[in-house]
Design a binder for this molecule. Structure first.
Ligand SMILES: NC(=O)CC[C@H](N)C(=O)O
Length: 250
């Protein structure tokens, strides 16, 4: 892991760790940041490195310009939202997302990439939590409910077929997915590709009345999001897909 020592926000002239700016020229491994304000940061660093990326912790706006893409980890979306605004990284990140910057969000990260939340948390002043947006989706937080706050299941994940580590004979990939107080995607816009769904009836430890398949992984342009946490199961193909998206190969 490469952790740069960031300057204080008032310092000027910081250009990131490469004078020429970001970019994975030639075959160099892309440098992928993990937003390190709260949540499962280390796990993503490990998964990204296992998938062949170089990594860097990102907390400050200037650090965004040093990386080729960014992971928003799982954690608590309301806390990450507040800290992003406090660190003044939310607005520059929104602008970069609008300009096509690659971002992968898992769980709370998915919530932060959603244009809309059905049930946003309110702060003490009654203000709803905010998101960065970018994904034309509506997300429901803690959607799988109390009984199923955490569960594991096998998913069919579309879009991993072209990865070198994926068996080329397989039309789609089986992924073991861990859900922790996870959101689901309730609606997707036409720009959004659904990559994985979970059928509660088939996968819950408890019997479940709800037999509707729920969307738990999506992609739109250079944005990728999963309700589950591939970074905690030793699964690196989702990060590999994200690296291919950064390279422009997927
Ligand atoms: N594991 C997670 O990231 C949980 C997300 C959490 N329920 C939230 O709303 O932010």
């Amino acid at each position: 892991m490469t952790e740069i020592t960031a300057p204080e926000p008032h310092e000027s002239g910081f250009t990131g760790r490469r004078a020429a700016g970001p970019g994975s020229e030639g075959s160099a491994a892309p440098l992928v940041g993990v937003l390190a304000l709260q949540g499962g940061v280390r796990e993503h660093i490990r998964a990204l490195e296992a998938a062949g990326a170089r990594t860097m912790l990102v907390r400050r706006p200037a650090e965004l310009d040093a990386v080729d893409g960014l992971v928003l980890p799982g954690g608590e979306s309301t806390t990450i939202d507040k800290l992003m605004r406090l660190y003044q990284i939310a607005e520059p990140l929104k602008a970069k997302i609008a300009a096509g910057f690659p971002v992968y969000g898992s769980c709370a990260g998915l919530i932060l990439l959603a244009d809309r939340i059905t049930d946003p948390a309110l702060d003490a002043a009654g203000e709803p939590q905010q998101t960065l947006g970018g994904l034309d989706i509506v997300v429901r937080r803690n959607a799988f409910g109390r009984q199923r706050e955490s569960f594991e299941t096998e998913l069919v994940f579309d879009g991993l077929q072209t990865l070198p580590s994926q068996d080329p004979g397989q039309p789609a990939a089986a992924v073991h997915a861990v859900f922790i107080r996870a959101p689901w995607v309730e609606k997707v816009g036409s720009s959004v590709q659904v990559l994985a769904q979970v059928s509660p009836a088939g996968s819950a430890p408890q019997a479940e009345k709800d037999s509707v398949a729920r969307i738990v992984a999506v992609r739109s342009g250079k944005l990728l999001a999963t309700s589950f946490h591939p970074e905690v199961t030793g699964e690196s193909r989702i990060h590999e897909l994200f690296i291919q998206m950064i390279r422009g190969d997927a």
